[in-house]
Design a protein around this ligand. Structure first.
Ligand SMILES: Cc1cc2nc3c(=O)[nH]c(=O)nc-3n(C[C@H](O)[C@H](O)[C@H](O)COP(=O)(O)O)c2cc1C
Length: 506
C-alpha cells in the first residue's frame, strides 16, 4: 500500500487538501485523510480537512443501529460534527422485519438511541420513494431511494466501517447504496434487479449467494451501481463527502441487533471525496493488520473474502465512481510545510478537461485564494469575471486558445489600471500576476486543472475580451484561465536549475 504521510492542522485544512490533492492528481490517486483520534473532535477535524463548504440543506447519513447492542456510531461521537454543519440525520427503513422496518418502530428506536436529542432525524422513505438514474446498469436499471432525498443539497456519508453478513463488509459505499435506498430499493439492490418488492426480498436473492464469492457478485456490483447513483445525484447538486469510522469492528453490521464482539483494536477515522478510495483504504487497514493479541482478523477477512466484498471497490473503479489508488494525508502528523510545498511543486498547466462541472463553492475558494495575493500599496487592483456561458467562452477563446471554449468555467483576471488618485497604477500587472498564481495553486489544491492564457498586452486578445465582457475603460483583461477537471495526464515539469541562481553577485 502506498502511503504518504503529511501534517495537518485544522486551521490549514484547505492547504492540506491542496497539496495532497495535487500529489494525488499527479499519481492519478485520490486523497484519503486519516486520524487515529476517534473522538468528536477527531471527527470534526477530519471533516474540516476535506475543505468543503456545503451550501443548502445538509443530510448526514448514518445507520441508527438495530439495537442498543449494535455497534452503530453513538450520538455523543457525532453530535459536534452534525451540529457544526446544521445537518439533519437521515436514514431509511430496513428491508428485513425488525426494530426499524416501519417508520413508527424506527422512530422509537431513534429515540432510544438518543439521536433525536442531537439533531432532527429524517426517515427519508417514510412518505415514499423515487428513482434516480444509474450510470452502471449491468444489474439494476435505476436506484430507488427515499423520497425525502429531494430535500437535501449536500450529503455527509458518515459510515461505520465493519463486517456485514451479506456484503462482507460495510463502509461508505454500502451506506450510500443500501443506506439511502428505500425498502423496495434495498430489495432491488439485494436481488440484483430481480424484485422491487421488499416483502419478496428473501426469495429473490442471487442464487447460491452464500455458497461462493462469485454467486454473491451480482449483489455486490449492484451496491456499487446504487452508490454511484447517489454520488452523481449529489455531485449535480451541492456535493457529497465520505467518512468511515473504524471502531468497534466486528464481523457483523449495525443492522445486526446481536453482533459478534469486536475482535480487532480500533483503527481511526478516514475521510475522502472519493468513496472507492476511502473504502479501499479501510479494507487495506484491516487486511494489513498483524494477527496478534490485539487483533483477531481471521473471521472478518474470511467473511469479506467469502462474500466477494472487495469486489465493490473494483466495480466502482471500473465504472468511474472512484479509484482504488490513494494517497494518505495523516492528520496526526505535524509536518505541515511538506503539504504546502508539495502543492507548489506539483502545479502544472492543464489544457484538457472532462465534462464534470466546477461547483460555485470551488470557484469561491479559488477566488478567495486569488484575492489573498500581495499587491503594491495593497491596492488590490484585480477584478475577476467568472464565465460559464458558451457563447462568451467561444469569443474569449478566439483563434488562440481553444481550451477556453471547452472548460466548464473560465475566470478572466482583469486589472484596474488607475490608482486611488486617478493616476496610473504601475503595479497592476504584477498584482494580477500574483493573484493568478495564487488562483492556479488553489485550483491544483482542489484537484482541478487550469492554464494561464495570455491576454494583456496583446491587442488582438484583449479586444474580444473587452467586448465580450463589457469591461469599463479603466479595467483591462490581464489573462484568461480556463478551469475544469483534468482529462489527461499532465505532469509537473522539473524546472530546478541551480545555474539560474547567483549568490551575492552575478
Ligand atoms: C504570462 C503567461 C502567459 C501564458 N500564456 C499561455 C497561452 O496563451 N496559452 C497556453 O496554452 N499557455 C500559456 N501559458 C502557460 C505556459 O505555457 C506554461 O505555464 C509553461 O509552459 C510552463 O508549464 P507549467 O505551467 O505546466 O509549469 C502562459 C503562462 C504565463 C505565465
Amino acid at each position: 500500500m502506498r502511503k504518504t504521510l503529511f501534517v495537518v492542522l485544522a486551521a490549514f485544512a484547505a492547504l492540506f487538501m491542496t497539496a495532497s490533492s495535487a500529489q494525488a492528481q499527479e499519481q492519478n490517486a485520490s486523497v484519503v485523510y486519516f486520524t487515529r483520534d476517534i473522538s468528536p473532535q477527531g471527527l470534526v477535524k477530519i471533516y474540516e480537512a476535506l475543505g468543503v463548504n456545503p451550501a443548502g440543506k445538509v443530510a448526514v447519513k448514518i445507520s441508527t443501529g438495530e439495537s442498543e447492542k449494535s455497534n452503530h456510531l453513538r450520538p455523543e461521537l457525532i453530535a459536534p460534527l452534525v451540529q457544526k454543519v446544521n445537518g439533519t440525520l437521515v436514514e431509511c427503513n430496513t428491508a428485513y422485519e425488525g426494530n426499524r422496518s416501519s417508520t413508527q418502530s424506527h422512530r422509537k428506536e431513534i429515540e432510544k438511541r438518543g439521536y433525536n436529542k442531537i439533531a432532527t432525524v429524517d426517515i427519508m422513505d417514510e412518505e415514499g420513494e423515487f428513482k434516480i438514474p444509474v450510470a452502471d446498469d449491468k444489474w439494476i436499471k435505476y436506484d430507488i431511494v427515499g423520497s425525502h432525498l429531494k430535500n437535501y443539497d449536500f450529503m455527509i456519508n458518515l459510515a461505520h466501517f465493519k463486517g456485514h453478513a451479506m456484503g462482507g463488509f460495510g463502509g461508505v459505499l454500502k451506506n450510500a447504496s443500501i443506506g439511502v435506498a428505500s425498502q423496495n430499493g434495498k430489495a432491488y439492490i439485494h436481488s440484483a434487479g430481480k424484485t422491487e418488492d421488499w416483502h419478496k426480498l428473501w426469495t429473490n436473492l442471487p442464487e447460491g449467494w452464500m455458497s461462493s464469492p462469485e454467486k454473491n457478485t451480482p449483489f455486490i456490483e449492484s451496491m456499487s451501481a446504487a452508490a454511484q447513483a447517489v454520488h452523481n445525484y449529489f455531485k449535480a447538486r451541492g456535493g457529497i463527502v465520505y467518512i468511515d469510522v473504524m471502531n468497534n469492528i466486528s464481523i457483523d453490521c449495525d443492522c445486526d441487533g446481536r453482533p459478534h464482539k469486536p475482535t480487532i483494536a480500533d483503527i481511526g477515522i478516514a475521510a475522502s471525496l472519493d468513496p472507492v478510495a476511502l473504502d479501499k483504504f479501510c479494507l487495506d487497514q484491516v487486511f494489513n493488520l498483524p494477527n496478534d493479541k490485539n487483533n483477531d482478523t481471521k473471521a472478518l477477512l474470511e467473511r469479506i473474502n467469502q462474500r466477494h466484498g472487495t469486489r465493490i471497490v473494483y466495480r466502482g473503479e471500473e465504472t468511474g465512481l472512484g479509484t482504488t489508488q490513494y494517497t494518505v494525508v495523516d492528520l496526526d502528523d505535524n509536518d505541515m510545510s511538506k503539504v504546502i510545498l508539495d502543492n507548489i511543486f506539483t502545479r502544472k498547466s492543464v489544457r484538457s478537461y472532462t465534462e464534470e462541472d466546477v461547483t460555485p463553492q470551488e470557484v469561491e475558494t479559488i477566488l478567495k485564494a486569488a484575492m489573498s495575493a500581495p499587491s503594491g500599496m495593497n491596492a488590490q487592483p484585480w477584478r475577476f469575471v467568472v464565465v460559464r456561458e458558451q457563447a462568451t467562452k467561444d469569443k474569449l477563446a478566439g483563434g488562440f486558445n481553444k481550451m477556453i471554449a471547452k472548460a466548464p468555467v473560465v475566470i478572466v483576471v482583469c486589472g484596474k489600471t488607475t490608482g486611488r488618485m486617478g493616476g496610473e497604477n504601475h503595479n497592476w500587472t504584477a498584482d494580477c500576476a500574483a493573484a493568478t498564481e495564487n488562483l492556479l495553486l488553489a485550483v491544483n489544491a482542489l484537484g482541478l486543472g487550469a492554464v494561464w492564457t495570455a491576454c494583456y498586452p496583446y491587442e488582438d486578445r484583449m479586444k474580444p475580451a473587452i467586448e465580450a465582457l463589457g469591461l469599463p475603460k479603466d479595467v483591462k483583461p490581464y489573462c484568461i484561465v480556463p478551469i475544469g477537471h483534468p482529462a489527461g495526464n499532465d505532469k509537473p515539469k522539473d524546472k530546478w536549475k541551480p545555474e539560474n541562481i547567483h549568490y551575492e553577485k552575478w
